[in-house]
Design a protein around this ligand. Structure first.
Ligand SMILES: [Zn+2]
Ligand SMILES: [Zn+2]
Length: 233
């Protein structure tokens, strides 16, 4: 997701906020490995050793924060089994197209890099009958990216997730919107449902629990340094 943000930030340098609407995959989006790094998006970029000012009255907790992208992120989820969109059907189009080309001897697939190459060659934009003119959809050019889980040989594809250890966010599955907007602390605003009115004078607070849940998600010491800690103890 960060790569997508950087892509748009390069096209629109004044970009301040990314709004994501997605399905609510627990493992992909609602775990600490996503929510933790999300909080670093609004932090200044190209700066290391940014002190964390999460204590009340602006005090620092003594930790440093990760550099960010200088971008806010608002991520809204739909409930389980909802929220599939054009992107999902395009994924099926790719599979169908590859099956066809394999059948007619135009493609040999051994691993994901062959699939990725095929998609880059054949699916640079939606087919004309899929453009959904006048509707909200992904109708521009398609950007294809490949990532490795660390098992693919060589260094052609970046490995994700990066090995980062983040504080848990208990109950995160029960929330359907997360917003990170602080440039000086790793803060996440969690809400049961998205509300787009301003915090002051929101008429929905009693129904939706909107604007009320704030969390700090700190990066924890890596497991290796924690081992050292426990040895010291
Ligand atoms: Zn802190
Ligand atoms: Zn509201």
């Amino acid at each position: 997701m960060k790569e997508i943000a950087v892509y748009y930030k390069n096209i629109i340098p004044s970009l301040k906020r990314i709004k994501v609407k997605s399905d609510g995959s627990r493992t992909q989006y609602k775990g600490r490995k996503n929510l933790g790094p999300m909080t670093s998006w609004p932090h200044p970029s190209n700066e290391n050793n940014i002190p964390c000012f999460c204590e009340s009255q602006g005090g620092t907790c003594g930790r440093n924060m990760l550099p960010g992208l200088g971008l806010e992120i608002w991520h809204d989820f739909s409930v389980s089994h909802h929220g599939s969109g054009p992107v999902d059907s395009y994924g099926k189009d790719a599979r169908r197209g590859m099956d066809k080309d394999t059948k007619f001897g135009r493609l040999s697939r051994y691993d994901f890099s062959h699939c990725l190459d095929w998609c880059e060659r054949n699916m640079s934009e939606p087919a004309s009958n899929r453009k959904r003119k006048g509707k909200w959809s992904a109708s521009g050019s398609y950007q294809w990216r490949g990532y490795s889980d660390g098992l693919y040989p060589g260094e052609k594809y970046p490995v994700i997730p990066e090995d980062r250890n983040w504080q848990q966010l208990p109950g995160s599955n029960e929330f359907y919107t997360f917003r990170a907007g602080s440039s000086y602390k790793p803060e996440l605003h969690a809400q049961f449902v998205p509300c787009y009115c301003s915090t002051l004078g929101c008429p929905h607070t009693n129904i939706t629990n909107a604007h009320s849940e704030y969390y700090y998600v700190h990066q924890l010491p890596s497991s290796r340094s924690r081992d050292v800690d426990s040895e010291d103890e």
